[in-house]
Design a binder for this molecule. Structure first.
Ligand code: NAX
Length: 339
């Protein structure tokens, strides 16, 4: 399965295309993601992109269909389009890899089985990235369990810097902004400095202690009871609420969050604000190295840096430690693949 075309001839007047791999490109999120990237929503209206779409052989035909549609969009910025059923070929020379494809939980599958099945996929993809990707490649892991998958992929790619890997918690961050806007009667643009700490799972800690609403602390606009008993569980369980309502898991919102993450990572976070990304823990906020933990980060020149010096009260500490403990438990369950 291979298709290649050029919707334009990058000449002297065009910037070189950025090569972007998407795994699971024929899945729900992949279908929502590829078109927006090709339209210029991620890297801007002046940046051509070349897509390297990766699927398992069983989804090869569906991927052909996605590629036919991508070509039918006649996107001016789409400089190249290729499909692959091998990670090593698909990651060749990529500047950005978005690891979306993952094994879904099957009937009778325990959480541990799911962790192990995905651990195998992400260790193989880590090795393939190590061999084939551009040395500065940025890798965003979306497929669940995203934080631990990012740890496995990074560990299996020893020639790529660990700080070039991240797992996505931006969807949780964006969901938090949406809930705050509903509660406060504002717009998402009125809010800054939201934080998601920890794992992309129901133990994540959406923290509003430093968030602002039109420049003032959000905590002046919402009461503690609503924050603790309604807001936190609503954000933690939003994925399940979407499945219940839609009959399928979040796809367009997940794709949008992936685009937001890579855009901010590559082009920088807005002045005065930060975002949430799960990156290698470095001891900041007493989260010891060894896990990918979501922190508040600012991005400049393609580097994500943890925002330092924020106060954490006892309520926050307890939740930050609970989600850390879950991540360490996940890591211990896949320790064989981390050598
Ligand atoms: P789908 O099942 O619709 O699509 C997954 C696609 O990945 C399928 O087409 C499948 O053939 C492909 N695939 C499986 N193994 C592969 C491999 N080894 N190489 C390449 N492709 C492979 O799932 P979708 O709804 O797109 O969700 C994808 C992943 O995102 C899931 O793991 C899901 O749990 C996770 N999510 C993560 C979120 C986050 O915030 N981090 C939120 C949304 C989503 O739940």
């Amino acid at each position: 399965m291979r298709a290649r075309f050029s919707s334009l001839n990058p000449g002297d007047t065009m910037t070189d295309p950025v090569r972007i791999a998407i795994t699971g490109a024929a899945g729900n999120i992949g279908y929502a993601l590829a078109f927006r990237i090709a339209a210029g929503n991620m890297l801007g209206p002046d940046q051509p992109v070349s897509l390297q779409l990766i699927e398992i052989p069983a989804a090869a035909q569906a991927l052909e269909g996605v590629m036919m549609e991508l070509s039918d969009c006649a996107f001016p910025l789409l400089a190249g389009l290729q499909g692959f059923d091998s990670a090593e070929e698909g990651f060749k020379d990529v500047d950005i890899a978005m690891l979306v494809g993952a094994r879904p939980r099957g009937a009778g599958m325990e959480r541990k089985d799911l962790l192990l099945a995905n651990a195998e996929i992400f260790s193989a993809q880590g090795r393939a990235l190590n061999t084939a990707a551009a040395r500065g490649c940025k890798v965003l892991v979306v497929g669940n369990p995203a934080n631990t998958n990012a740890l496995i992929a990074s560990t299996n790619a020893p020639d790529l810097p660990p700080e070039n890997f991240a797992a996505m918690t931006r969807l949780d961050h964006n969901r938090s902004l949406a809930q705050l806007a509903l509660r406060c009667g504002g717009h998402v643009n009125d809010f800054q400095r939201m934080i998601i700490w920890g794992n992309h799972s129901s133990t994540q800690f959406p923290d509003i202690a430093h968030a602002t609403f039109r420049g003032k602390p959000v905590t002046e606009s919402v009461d503690k009871g609503w924050y603790r008993e309604t807001f936190i569980p609503a954000v933690q369980k939003r994925g399940a609420a979407i499945i219940k309502a839609r009959g399928a898991s979040s796809a367009a919102s997940a794709a949008s969050a992936a685009i937001d993450t890579v855009r901010d990572w590559m082009l920088g976070t807005p002045e005065g604000d930060w975002t949430s990304m799960a990156i290698p823990a470095d001891g900041s906020y007493r989260i010891e190295p060894g896990v990918f933990y979501s922190h508040p980060v600012t991005c400049r020149d393609g580097k994500a840096e943890i925002v330092q010096g924020l106060g954490c009260d006892a309520f926050a500490r307890e939740r930050m430690e609970a989600t850390d403990a879950e991540l360490r438990e996940e890591r211990d369950g896949v320790s064989d693949l981390l050598d």
